[in-house]
Design a protein around this ligand. Structure first.
Ligand code: APR
Length: 394
């Protein structure tokens, strides 16, 4: 069996790569370790930035894969109970961001890919990658019934997330992993409780909190917590009390909690994002702290560049975009890492100063003041939120 591209992983990155390749008539196979049901219910990111919306539009896919209301382009920052509205539209013509939960995007991409006749194999175990620097690569796996397969290909798209096999198949010493730990923990809570009218970020002396819409009747909440906290430390009453205090909203309605997790805010960049015939896409190459919503959007950016690079190779025998893939992706990755780091530090340092000290707390407050009062600062913020900042694409 032989195809042009084997895609490992059916998250947002892998499904976008596969769907775009199908759009240009390039054959591929997607191998996913988990079941379709498992992949479909995994909840994470919730906002498709304006640049990514326009990317799907340029492929004629926006109507099929994006769901959910347009985001009205306003974020609320609530600082010690005082509300400040900040635009995250940059004023350019064209579509803005969409509030499309990741699992909805994944479901729609899966449907679109399969409807186009795509080949997607779930429960593919023991995926291994061979011959990455030879004339052709081979990807081996075992199906759910125990049959072993080997697929020859020109390129492997490593879209298997942070703990996948792709990055691990690269020999030691080739990739440099740049890592950063913010020393901050978050509790994330998903609940069937009324969503806020717009995304809300709250700075308070008790720590950071956020409230995001996740559908007409559900919400996602974030609470800063010690970096090694476990979900068991957060019984329901404590969660609602902390949210009401930090969001400065004593009447915040509660609702049944459907999921709760804790994690550390950290970042990782793998450089380069390519080894021979293997191209790393999405979380397999980089993790960005969740503040600013860049994780999924970066995956969509990589996927678009990769699919167009393969198209140039197949259609025009032009390998320029394959050669520059890593460098171009990394420019945007570092730009988004910087934005995410800036926003993470600002909203955490400005609140509880037991972690950062009073000096850094006042610096963070000064940055918020500037954002709330200077139209120029607000415009720079909006440009970064939309993903339409030109520097990374120059
Ligand atoms: N073989 C096959 N599939 C694998 C393997 C493997 N060895 N290891 C992991 N996978 C699959 C996972 O089951 C998952 O479906 O690869 C997929 C990776 O998906 P994500 O972790 O969602 O990564 P990505 O597609 O890059 O997502 C991009 O969206 O919300 C964000 O946090 C998410 O930032 C990430 C982004």
């Amino acid at each position: 069996e032989s195809v042009t591209v084997v895609v490992i992983g059916a998250g947002p990155a892998g499904l976008t790569v596969a769907t775009l390749l199908r759009r240009c008539g390039i054959d591929c196979v997607v191998l996913e370790r988990r079941s379709r049901a498992h992949v479909a219910q995994r909840q994470r990111a919730g906002i498709v930035e304006a640049r990514a919306v326009r990317m799907f539009e340029s492929w004629g896919l926006a109507d099929r894969v994006l769901d959910g209301p347009p985001h009205d382009g306003i974020l609320e920052f609530r600082v010690d109970g005082e509300s400040h509205l900040v635009a995250d539209r940059d004023g350019s013509a064209g579509s803005g961001a969409r509030l499309c939960p990741q699992q909805v995007l994944v479901r729609n991409l899966t449907d679109a890919y399969l409807a186009d006749g795509g080949d997607l194999r779930y429960e593919a175990a023991d995926v291994t990658v061979h011959g990455l620097t030879g004339d052709r690569a081979t990807v081996r796996y075992r199906s759910a019934d125990g049959t072993r397969y080997a697929i020859g290909c020109a390129f492997v798209a490593g879209c298997d997330g942070e703990h996948g096999v792709s990055r691990g198949s690269v020999p030691d010493g080739v990739l440099t992993a740049h890592t950063f730990d913010h020393g901050i923990g978050w509790l994330t809570v998903l609940a069937d409780a009324p969503p806020p009218p717009r995304p809300l970020l709250a700075v308070s002396p008790q720590g950071f909190a956020a409230h995001f819409p996740r559908g007409p009747h559900s919400s996602r909440y974030y609470l800063q917590c010690p970096p090694d906290d476990q979900p068991a430390a957060w019984p329901e009453d404590r969660i609602w009390d902390a949210l009401r205090t930090r969001l400065a909203d004593p009447a915040l309605p509660a609702g049944p909690i459907t999921d709760r997790e804790t994690f550390r805010l950290r970042s990782l960049v793998s450089d380069p994002m390519r080894y021979g015939r293997l191209f790393l896409v999405g979380d397999a190459a980089h993790i960005v702290s969740p503040m600013g919503g860049k994780g999924m959007n970066l995956a969509l950016y990589d996927a678009d560049l990769f699919a167009r690079a393969v198209r140039d190779h197949v259609r025009d025998r032009d390998d320029t975009a394959l050669r520059t893939y890593s460098e171009r992706c990394l420019r945007r990755v570092w730009s988004d890492q910087e934005f995410s780091h800036w926003l993470t530090r600002t909203v955490h340092d400005a609140g509880d100063d037991t972690r950062c000290g009073p000096f850094l707390r006042r610096l963070a407050r000064a940055r918020l003041d500037r954002l709330f009062t200077s139209p120029t600062a607000a415009q720079a913020f909006a440009e970064l939120m939309t993903g339409l900042d030109p520097a990374p694409d120059r």
